[in-house]
Design a protein around this ligand. Structure first.
Ligand code: GRF
Length: 193
């Protein structure tokens, strides 16, 4: 049986499309059931449209509070009955109430080797610290930001002369392999080499 996967985005959606492309494999035990963006202009929505995937927009600017936005998000997700909700560049902090409703089903990808560098500007922070490697982490979502149990990580070298942009490109490439591998792990089948 295929697990039902909803993917939440705010922008480009390159991780979302990497997940969807991976789910096209016959042996991948999951399928995308909803792409949801909080920004009407999110680039990733173009992929969803081109692929004929169900998508929705819940524009956060139309809500007076985080709780009201999260209630609308919950309402939009419910009919899709997702088994897993993948946050993929979803740039809104979720309320504890929302996270509790979907406990165990919410996962996120973050561009650092957590617990190092939760939050924003991870590339700049790794460069500034003089680190020789960084990477990305897929983790369960808990009310505290970027603090949930780790599902998987990928390491990426930091090279002499790297800029934040160069690092971002290298990490993003690693993310596109890591997220599908972690999703596969989550839905109960090990990834073929
Ligand atoms: C990724 O780097 C992810 O780790 C972070 O936001 C970025 C989203 O990129 N949470 P994209 O929209 O998937 O291209």
């Amino acid at each position: 049986m295929s697990a039902r996967v909803a993917i939440l985005i705010s922008g480009r959606g390159s991780n979302m499309s990497a997940l969807c492309e991976a789910m096209k494999a016959d042996d991948f035990p999951a399928k995308p059931v909803l792409i949801l963006s909080n920004r009407p202009g999110a680039g990733g929505l173009e992929y969803a449209k081109a692929e004929g995937l169900p998508f929705a927009v819940v524009d956060h600017t139309g809500f007076e509070s985080r709780a009201a936005f999260d209630a609308a998000l919950h309402h939009a997700l419910m009919p899709a009955q997702p088994d897993i909700i993948c946050l993929a560049g979803f740039m809104r902090l979720l309320t504890p109430g929302f996270v509790e409703k979907w406990t165990g089903k919410l996962v996120n990808i973050h561009p650092s080797l957590l617990p190092k560098y939760p939050g924003l500007n991870t590339y700049q922070r790794a460069l500034h610290a003089g680190d020789t490697e960084t990477g990305c982490t897929v983790h369960h979502v808990v009310p505290e930001m970027d603090a949930g149990e780790i599902i998987g990580q990928a390491r990426v070298p930091i090279r002499q002369g790297d800029t934040a942009e160069m690092l971002e490109t290298r990490v993003r490439e690693a993310e596109h392999a890591l997220y599908p591998a972690c999703l596969r792990k989550l839905v109960g089948q090990s990834s073929p080499d």
